[in-house]
Design a protein around this ligand. Structure first.
Ligand SMILES: NC(=O)c1ccc[n+]([C@@H]2O[C@H](COP(=O)([O-])OP(=O)(O)OC[C@H]3O[C@@H](n4cnc5c(N)ncnc54)[C@H](O)[C@@H]3O)[C@@H](O)[C@H]2O)c1
Length: 356
């Protein structure tokens, strides 16, 4: 069995630093072989920083490095589908940043292309790997919450106009979406991971402070198939600073609140039936973060490499990425139509992922 995998990354933008730091660390069984970006200065900067060759296209990178086992796709969201479908033809496994795509049909094309070319597809959802989240998830699997009652997520982050103006794709319906698809996609994923499938979602979106075509603020309520309710709130128009990225799970036998800026701190952990370690959970499973991206990329990427090396199921594969796109597009469809929407129902009114 191989001991490590060779990785080539596509896209040297804002999130690339997190991936490159993780892929070159001792915690991930990976060898960073090369990087590429359409913009030479970005590719060169990362290539020089990590001491690997850089290329201006994925094709050139793969041609020069047939030893690459995994392609890590870090391109703008609206290009994920065409990139993954194209790169699947190289027959290498693929990691793709979140959200998987902006249309459910695109997720299907990505999944099919990977199946057809016999490569595995992994979607980045690093928050599932936060220590606090993993601890709460274990409690859920042990049945400690009992019957679920209410799940709430809040994303109160600050992004200013400069963030949206730094690239043409940002803040557009065609290639990005607003706070729902770009930032709160993680929190919607966590909500369904804990509470189960959503039956319907009803939402409103607004653009309050930014000069962008998409929303900077959104609110929604939802009913889960198990009968529990959900509350969602997200904005990038929080001022003056990031305030929180949080998840609350309330059940008949206990409640947990995970807060901090990046769902990183256990703020409340209380169950009717106590266990010895409960009192120390906050201390043991919270961690500080320097920004809202958190520290999840390292364990997430380690899990991907281990899943390939050991032929284990993906923690977050194309199926889970697709579920998340069903939810976020349902949220946009409800806001556009003014009606409750079932995830997976056709998107008719919403502009998310629009084609020209
Ligand atoms: N997991 C997280 O917390 C997190 C955080 C931020 C961004 N993201 C996601 O990562 C993706 C990228 O976001 P970003 O902020 O890094 O964007 P960015 O604009 O900073 O970087 C994207 C880079 O991809 C390059 N690129 C585009 N098409 C390419 C191609 N075909 N070949 C090679 N390079 C190409 C661009 O030139 C650009 O440098 C988005 O989907 C975003 O949602 C995830």
């Amino acid at each position: 069995m191989k001991k490590s995998l060779n990785i080539g990354t596509v896209g040297c933008g804002r999130i690339a630093g997190k991936h490159l730091a993780a892929l070159t660390s001792d915690h991930v069984k990976a060898n960073l072989v090369a990087v590429c970006d359409l913009i030479e200065e970005k590719a060169k900067e990362k290539g020089e920083q990590y001491n690997v060759p850089y290329y201006l296209s994925a094709h050139d990178m793969i041609k020069a490095h047939p030893e690459i086992d995994v392609i890590d796709v870090l391109t703008p969201t609206g290009y994920h589908a065409e990139n993954v479908v194209e790169f699947a033809q190289f027959g290498r496994h693929i990691i793709c940043e979140k959200p998987m795509a902006l249309r459910v049909e695109d997720c299907d094309r990505m999944i099919e292309a990977c199946q057809h070319n016999n490569c595995r597809l992994f979607i980045v959802k690093q928050n599932r790997f936060n220590r606090a989240i993993l601890a709460a998830r274990r409690a859920l699997e042990q049945g400690r919450f009992g019957k679920l009652v209410l799940g709430t997520v809040r994303v109160r982050w600050r992004r200013d106009q400069g963030y949206y103006d730094q690239a043409n794709w940002r803040g557009t319906w065609k290639l990005d979406g607003g706070v729902v698809a770009q930032q709160a996609t993680h929190h919607l994923d966590l909500l369904q991971w804990f509470m189960g499938p959503i039956d319907f979602i009803q939402s409103q979106i607004a653009t309050r402070l930014m000069d962008i075509e998409v929303e900077d603020t959104a609110a929604a309520i939802m009913r889960f198939k198990n009968g529990a309710l959900g509350v969602f709130e997200a904005t990038t128009a929080t001022r003056p600073n990031d305030l929180e990225g949080s998840l609350s799970i309330l059940g008949e036998k206990g409640s947990v609140i995970i807060g901090g800026p990046a769902v990183n701190m256990i703020e409340h952990w209380k169950f009717e039936v106590e266990e010895p370690e409960d009192a120390a959970m906050g201390e043991l499973h919270s961690h500080e973060v320097e920004n809202v991206y958190g520290h999840g990329h390292m364990p997430y990427l380690a899990s991907v490499i281990d899943a390939i090396l050991e032929d284990k199921p993906a923690a977050v594969g194309g199926d889970e990425g697709r579920k998340n796109v069903e939810i976020l597009t349902a949220l946009y469809e409800s806001a556009a139509s003014g009606k409750p929407v079932h995830p997976g129902a056709p998107v008719v009114h919403a502009r998310i992922g629009e084609r020209e």
